[in-house]
Ligand binder design. Structure first.
Ligand code: ZN
Length: 279
C-alpha cells in the first residue's frame, strides 16, 4: 500500500503557490475565489477606489464573511506553498534523505561544543544551560520565506552563519581574550545553502495561511482599484513546527553573493559554491 512506502509519489494534483510568480497567482484567483471576489465587487471597488491594505480590510465589504471563505478556497486550491530555507549545513544530502527535521537543540549543542573546543568548558556549558529553557520553547520551529531573493538580501545571516540558535549561543560566548568575535567562527563550517521546499499547506499554521490570504486580497484589491499602495514587496513567512518530508525538497543552490546583515549589509562573497549533492 502506498502509505507503507513514503517515497512513493502520491497521485494528488500538485498545485504550488510560488510567491515569486505574482502574475500567475493573481490570474489563478478566478479559479478558486470568483464566488467571493465577484465581478460586482470588482466594479464597486473600481468606482470607489479605497486603499486596499492587507492589515486593514475595512475596504472589503463583508470581510468577516469573505476573509474566512477566501482562506478556505485558497487552502483548498493550493496543495503547497513554496518556501525557501536558508542554512549552512555540513551535509546537504541529509535534507534530501530525511527532510527538514526542525531544530534539534541537542545536536546543535554538540556542534557548539565541537566548534568552541578551545574555550573553557565551564563557559560553554554555562551558556548551554542558560539556553535550555529557550530551546524547549523553540524546539522544532522551521523558518521559510516565499522568495529566495528576499532571503539573500534581507536574511543572509542564516546562510552566512547558519542556525540562529548556534549564533545566539556564540553571541553569548562573546569574544576570546585575543578579541576574536566568536560568532564569526561559525562562518568556517558548512556550505551556505538555499533549499527550495514545497511546504504542504496543512503544515502551515492557520495564522500564516490567513496572512497569505490577506496579502493576496490586498494585491487583488489594488488591481481592481488601480490604486497601488506604497509598501515593500515582503514575501510571506512560514514557521513550520512539524517535520517536512524529504519529497518536499525540490531543489537547492549556493548563492555566490549574499548581503551580510551582521557586517553593515555589505555583500559577502561565498567561497563554497558546491556541496556533497552538487559538487
Ligand atoms: Zn549543492
Amino acid at each position: 500500500m502506498a502509505e507503507n512506502n513514503p517515497r512513493r509519489p502520491i497521485a494528488l494534483p500538485h498545485k504550488v503557490l510560488d510567491w515569486r510568480n505574482r502574475r500567475i497567482w493573481l490570474v489563478s484567483i478566478r479559479h478558486y475565489a470568483s464566488h467571493v471576489l465577484t465581478a460586482e465587487l470588482r466594479r464597486r471597488l473600481a468606482q470607489e477606489r479605497p486603499e486596499c491594505w492587507s492589515d486593514d480590510l475595512s475596504w472589503l465589504p463583508d470581510s468577516e464573511y469573505i476573509l474566512p471563505e477566501f482562506v478556505g478556497s485558497l487552502t483548498g486550491y493550493y496543495t503547497h506553498f513554496k518556501g525557501f530555507h536558508g542554512c549552512r549545513p555540513s551535509s546537504v544530502s541529509s535534507y534530501y534523505e530525511h527532510g527538514l527535521l526542525g531544530q534539534n537543540s541537542d545536536l546543535l549543542c554538540d556542534m557548539f561544543r565541537e566548534i568552541f573546543f578551545d574555550v573553557p568548558q565551564e563557559d560553554v556549558e554555562s551558556i548551554i544551560t542558560q539556553f535550555a529553557a529557550r530551546s524547549n520553547s523553540e524546539r522544532g520551529a522551521m523558518w521559510l520565506v516565499g522568495s529566495d531573493k528576499f532571503l539573500i538580501e534581507q536574511c543572509g545571516h542564516y546562510l552566512i552563519q547558519g542556525s540562529e540558535y548556534l549564533m545566539a549561543l556564540a553571541a553569548h560566548l562573546g569574544r576570546s581574550p585575543s578579541g576574536e568575535d566568536y560568532r564569526f567562527r561559525l562562518r568556517q563550517y558548512g556550505v551556505p545553502t538555499i533549499l527550495e521546499v514545497d511546504v504542504p499547506v496543512k503544515l502551515v499554521p492557520g495564522v500564516q495561511q490567513v496572512e497569505v490570504a490577506k496579502t493576496i486580497l490586498s494585491e487583488w484589491g489594488q488591481l481592481a482599484t488601480r490604486r497601488l499602495l506604497p509598501f515593500g514587496d515582503t514575501p510571506p513567512c512560514y514557521v513550520v513546527r512539524q517535520d517536512i518530508p524529504p519529497e518536499c525538497v525540490r531543489d537547492h543552490y549556493h548563492p555566490a553573493r549574499i548581503i551580510d546583515p551582521h557586517k553593515g549589509h555589505r555583500p559577502y562573497a561565498n567561497p563554497f559554491l558546491t556541496c556533497d549533492m552538487c559538487g
